[in-house]
Design a protein around this ligand. Structure first.
Ligand code: HQG
Length: 180
């Protein structure tokens, strides 16, 4: 399992942050040909025997749904930081979404709303547990923010579907955010 985690990290890095390091041709939806990714991975000794079945198994065994394979291509569902904006599917969000963050960011979020920071989109969580896990990456006592997604969406803020647990937005003004 550890090996799949390591593989998943490397693939996330390639697909979210540095496709050029792996000579990947990425389309505007974030898809790259699996063959290209495998060719790049095979150059590293530790991945020289990786095949498409391993990639499928890695996705299947992962706790989080980070990647998707379809028609000979692979992509990351979210998390991108590359200059080319990945187009995501606009979708009506649930009435309420959550965002787990660090205590030290609260003042700035209060002032400026949620901003994508180093990524292309703000990442929001479908449920509180997911938000807590996201927040714990930044703070051992994370704070959960409640996003009034329904009102924001009615006011014209766009939301995008990431996966069943992760929603995306360009930015969330602070008037739609309250602390839990
Ligand atoms: C904060 C992981 C100051 C924001 C996770 C967050 C997620 C602000 C941090 C996905 C701010 C950015 C993304 C403002 C936002 N002032 N701080 N105005 N607006 N922030 O890692 O949402 O495991 O880029 O609260 O599970 O934590 O990689 O975003 O704390 O789904 O698959 O700026 O990445 O998924 O941090 O996490 P990040 P995130 P994976």
């Amino acid at each position: 399992m550890k090996r799949f985690e390591e593989l998943s990290k490397e693939i996330s890095y390639a697909l979210r942050h540095a496709p050029w390091e792996y000579e990947l041709e990425m389309n505007e939806d974030g898809w790259v040909p699996i063959g290209q990714l495998l060719d790049a991975l095979h150059r590293a000794e530790k991945w020289k025997n990786i095949c498409e079945v391993d990639l499928s198994e890695m996705i299947e065994k992962s706790e989080k749904k980070r990647h998707e394979i379809k028609d000979g291509k692979i992509r990351a569902f979210y998390g991108h930081s590359i200059p080319m904006k990945i187009l995501k599917e606009e979708k009506m969000p649930p009435n309420v979404l959550y965002h787990g963050t660090a205590r030290r960011f609260l003042e700035s979020i209060n002032e400026n709303g949620l901003l994508p920071q180093s990524r292309q989109y703000v990442h929001l969580s479908q449920d509180i547990e997911t938000a807590e896990n996201v927040g714990k990456r930044h703070d051992d006592k994370p704070r959960i923010l409640i996003i009034d997604a329904k009102t924001a969406w009615n006011d014209g803020i766009k939301f995008y579907f990431g996966n069943e647990k992760v929603w995306l937005a360009d930015a969330i003004p602070s008037k739609y955010i309250r602390k839990m």
